[in-house]
Design a protein around this ligand. Structure first.
Ligand SMILES: Cc1cc2nc3c(=O)[nH]c(=O)nc-3n(C[C@H](O)[C@H](O)[C@H](O)COP(=O)(O)OP(=O)(O)OC[C@H]3O[C@@H](n4cnc5c(N)ncnc54)[C@H](O)[C@@H]3O)c2cc1C
Length: 369
């Protein structure tokens, strides 16, 4: 069976590893000329950690990553609203970790060492013919595959070629992400909630800190640099996170953008399947982007190893994945809605029911895939 994976992000690299681990050959192409290492931090709840274990890369990831044992949510004045013992909750999956996106990508691509990625080569066109899916690459070459796996991210070329140019759903939230030195003694997942806005800090590797900020806003046009905007939006928060805002360097690399979703639906059609953000980009408030991509890869490799019938494999894949992904998207939207409630209502809900709500959202993800 000839398999092409389009995109070497977290989904594509995990897919390659999962197929390699099962002895299934594939080709992997990536649009970027090299592993760019772009991006900020990744918090990995326990189900993502379990998936990395099943992919065989957890030892390398643990060497680099920070262990995150506690989640704390404060209001903007610094009053603790809720604390979750993550180490206990996720114990059977191996706990929670966090690291930079580039370190996670490197751990996955290092594990693939002898199966190189074809960098600088993108998929530009897909056409169905009687022999399979004919793919045209950016260098003009063409090749037919029995299965094309679209792991090419939220703006997926594979998705628009096969499933049409459906619109991404804007979630009404503008966000900023950066990595700075952890001079602030932050040891766990630490969030502060202001009016329709969230500031979050999580330790990553090498004494660094991943900082995420967002605000619910229908348009999100901000004058000034991202650092100025973050300072303006969060200048009134108290410790523990205020010193981070005060120390923001105007020259820091800050990724700014709007949060968008690809609503999950069956994403396969005659020899083409989507995984990761291409299939189901999601609000980050469940921190499940990597987890869902890693799980997709494990399940798809498993069903492909069980049958030579591609269509049967893709039907089985979709049946096993769709409900779980739709759950994550629904919970993400609910959590975003709670964060945007008027302060007193939100604070009451989180301080009275925060731990129960956490268990309700994440409990199903403790189950094996
Ligand atoms: C603000 C924010 C915070 C987040 N925080 C977290 C978090 O803490 N934890 C977490 O688990 N998730 C988080 N996520 C989600 C997570 O980043 C994504 O779900 C994850 O990176 C998706 O990986 P992917 O491989 O599907 O897509 P991508 O990482 O986008 O990779 C797609 C790859 O395909 C390549 N490509 C694109 N088009 C083509 C083409 N035509 N041909 C060949 N290659 C192509 C791209 O260059 C890229 O390398 C966050 C997301 C956002 C927006």
């Amino acid at each position: 069976m000839k398999i092409l994976i389009a995109g070497a992000g977290i989904a594509g690299l995990a897919m390659a590893l999962a197929l390699r681990n099962r002895g299934i050959p594939f080709e992997l192409v990536e649009r970027e000329p090299s592993d760019t290492g772009r991006g900020a931090g990744m918090y990995l709840p326990g189900n993502s950690v379990r998936a990395l274990t099943r992919l065989g890369v957890i030892d390398r990831v643990r060497e680099i990553a920070s262990t995150i044992d506690v989640q704390q949510i404060f209001d903007a004045r610094g009053r603790l609203l809720n604390e979750v013992d993550l180490a206990s909750f996720w114990r059977r999956c191996g706990g929670c970790l966090s690291l930079s996106r580039s370190a996670l990508r490197r751990a996955l691509s290092d594990a693939l060492a002898e199966t190189p990625v074809r960098y600088g080569r993108s998929v530009v066109l897909l056409q169905r013919d009687s022999a399979g899916t004919l793919v045209t690459f950016s260098d003009g070459t063409r090749r037919t595959y029995d299965l094309v796996i679209g792991a090419d991210g939220i703006q997926s070329t594979v998705r628009s070629a096969i499933f049409g140019q459906e619109k991404l759903v804007d979630l009404g939230i503008a966000s900023w992400r950066t990595i700075t030195d952890n001079r602030f003694g932050i040891t766990g997942w630490t969030a502060m909630l202001g009016r329709k806005r969230t500031l979050l800090a999580i330790p990553v590797e090498d004494g660094k800190l991943y900082v995420y900020a967002d605000i619910a806003t229908p348009d999100g046009v901000f004058a000034g640099t991202p650092a100025d905007t973050m300072r303006e939006l969060f200048s009134s928060v108290a410790p523990p996170l205020l010193p981070i805002i005060d120390s923001l360097n105007p020259a820091a690399i800050i990724h700014a953008g709007r949060l968008r979703e690809v609503p999950a639906q069956p994403m396969y059609k005659r020899g083409v399947v989507l995984i990761g953000d291409a299939a189901h980009a999601t609000s980050p408030s469940m921190a499940q982007g990597a987890g869902m991509a890693l799980e997709d890869a494990l399940v798809l490799a498993e069903v492909l190893s069980e049958t030579k019938n591609v269509e049967a494999a893709l039907t089985a894949f979709s049946a096993r994945r769709l409900g779980r992904i739709q759950w994550v998207q629904k919970q993400g939207r609910k959590r975003d809605a709670v964060r945007s409630l008027p302060g007193p209502v939100r604070n009451f809900i989180l301080s009275r029911f925060g731990t129960g709500l956490y268990a309700k959202s994440f409990g199903p993800l403790l189950e094996e895939i």
